[in-house]
Design a protein around this ligand. Structure first.
Ligand code: GLY
Ligand code: MN
Ligand code: MN
Length: 496
């Protein structure tokens, strides 16, 4: 971004109206914000605004945690300037943007969610760092910026002043319009979290290397493997709100006309917006054979009696932590015998997977435990010829129907810590404070000629969010029933 040029703004203000009425600038602010603005209107708009600066702000609840996280980052990269951008809004069309969500690492290290923000850890002479966050300041009234700039506060709403943000975030704040220039002029080694802010990348072009920046990304991702108390409380709340969202969906499932996947998606979304920030990922509202498509987010089908509904959805909290929960329920309240048989197998696999989540266990243990159970059922059902379950598992033949891994880390991203080092994540061991999903499933595609016809089009997944504790684990999403009997009783109770 560039420094606002008061001269330029005033010059534009004094340009004669070119045939447009005085309102035009407001209606079409991107392509003619200043058109029709008379000197008298400009002068009028400069004045008569109250001082709304807030001077009694307390730090956000996360501030002590973000400070500790920054200290950990500082200790890993002494003497280097570290740059973590929030990212810029993405234009959808003309003057409308997609909803903005800051980069997860920026939010993790600052507790802030502002568009265009840039966190910089500036190396100090003692080997530590001074943290500064560059932010959009409040819009000036005097030069007309607040209403003539496309992102003026008159249009976008009041922002915190830099001083207010300093109190809230516990961080020094500077005007983001100076960030590129100041970073460009600074000397010494720099690392940048790439992929979020093209302007900052241009300012630092040639000053960072891909390899070092990748190492920085990997370290940032790994920092988030073990959750602190604030994060665990957020994930706990995300799961609670998600449970309420699932209950909302069950209550609309038996609408006389048949519930559409869109109605289900919208119903869950209302809960997510009311209790949280949004959904943590596109809700998968998959009825009937759609349940066999793992990334079914089109949600344009109908949930019909006799079918299963696979709902995979999570509320993202206002601090951006998300739940990731799946329940597969019979639309009319009762599993058919075959649906129940498949459901019970997935349930048994999930039980085995959850039991394998404990400190010191290999990360992959829960996956192997759950998959081995599923392989056993598939052999028992005669779907793998006369192979033993062990042999089928060894050959991976069960994977035709289990399709995906059994789970992943969860946190501020639904697939959290995805860039972390293999040795401390997928090839590592579980530690207290880690949170992961356990989500086995069986998916029989509609056109799968290798299974009996009655299996085709059935998909079942059960997914819970599991916190590794000192003693073993805690299921954060246990409020939602999982056992088939409990699922049926739950549906009956909510529809009574
Ligand atoms: N909903 C995404 C997942 O389960 O991983
Ligand atoms: Mn999921
Ligand atoms: Mn998941």
């Amino acid at each position: 971004m560039t420094e606002p040029n008061q001269e330029a703004v005033v010059t534009e203000l004094t340009e004669p109206a070119s045939g447009s009425g005085p309102d035009d600038g407001i209606k079409h602010r991107k392509n003619g914000l200043t058109r029709g603005v008379t000197e008298e209107l400009a002068e009028n708009m400069r004045q008569g605004w109250a001082d709304t600066e807030r001077r009694d702000l307390e730090p956000i609840p996360q501030a002590a945690h973000t400070a500790r996280r920054r200290a950990e980052l500082s200790a890993r990269f002494p003497g280097e300037r570290l740059v973590v951008p929030a990212g810029n809004p993405k234009t959808r069309a003309n003057d409308t943007d997609y909803p903005f969500r800051p980069s997860s690492d920026y939010a993790y290290l600052t507790g802030d969610q502002s568009e265009d923000g840039v966190l910089v850890l500036e190396p100090g002479p003692d080997g530590g760092h001074e943290a500064v966050v560059y932010l959009r300041p409040r819009s000036e009234r005097g030069n007309g910026e607040f209403w003539l700039d496309n992102h003026g506060e008159l249009w976008d709403g009041r922002r915190n002043s830099l001083t207010e943000n300093e109190q809230l975030l516990g961080l020094a704040c500077r005007d983001v319009r100076k960030a590129a220039d100041e970073l460009g002029r600074a000397t010494g080694p720099v690392r940048l979290l790439r992929g979020y802010d093209a302007g900052i990348e241009t300012a630092l072009a040639g000053r960072t290397t891909t390899g070092q920046d990748e190492e920085f990304r990997v370290f940032l991702s790994g920092m988030r493997l073990v959750k602190d108390d604030f994060e665990i409380a957020e994930l706990r709340f995300a799961c609670e709100a998600t449970s309420r969202g699932f209950e909302d969906v069950v209550r609309v499932l038996d609408r006389a006309e048949g519930a559409s996947e869109r109605l289900i998606e919208g119903t869950f979304f209302v809960r997510a917006r009311v209790e949280g920030n949004a959904v943590g990922y596109g809700s998968i509202c998959a009825a009937g054979p759609h349940a066999t498509t793992l990334h079914w987010v089109r949600n344009d089908g109908q949930a019909r009696p006799g079918e299963l509904l696979l709902l995979d959805a999570g509320v993202e909290t206002r601090n951006l932590y998300t739940a990731d929960v799946t329940r597969t329920v019979p639309v009319d309240g009762r599993f058919t015998p075959l649906q129940r048989r498949i459901y019970d197998a997935v349930y048994a696999a999930q039980e085995a997977g959850i039991a394998a989540v404990k400190p010191g266990a290999a990360f992959r243990d829960f996956h192997h435990a759950a998959q081995r159970v599923l392989a056993g059922y598939l052999v028992d059902w005669g779907l793998l010829g006369d192979l033993s379950a062990d042999r089928a598992f060894e050959l991976g033949l069960h994977r035709r129907w289990t399709l995906a891994g059994t789970g992943h880390m969860l946190g501020i991203d639904v697939h959290d810590c995805a860039h972390s080092r293999r040795e401390e994540h997928v090839d590592g061991t579980l530690r207290p404070g880690m949170v992961l999903t356990v989500e086995p499933g069986l998916y029989f595609q509609e056109d799968d000629l290798t299974v009996p016809e009655e299996y085709r089009g059935i998909g079942v997944r059960i997914e819970d969010d599991i916190l590794v504790t000192e003693a073993g684990n805690e299921n954060l999403s246990a409020a939602l029933p999982r056992h088939a009997d409990d699922v049926e009783a739950w549906l009956a109770r909510l529809r009574a």
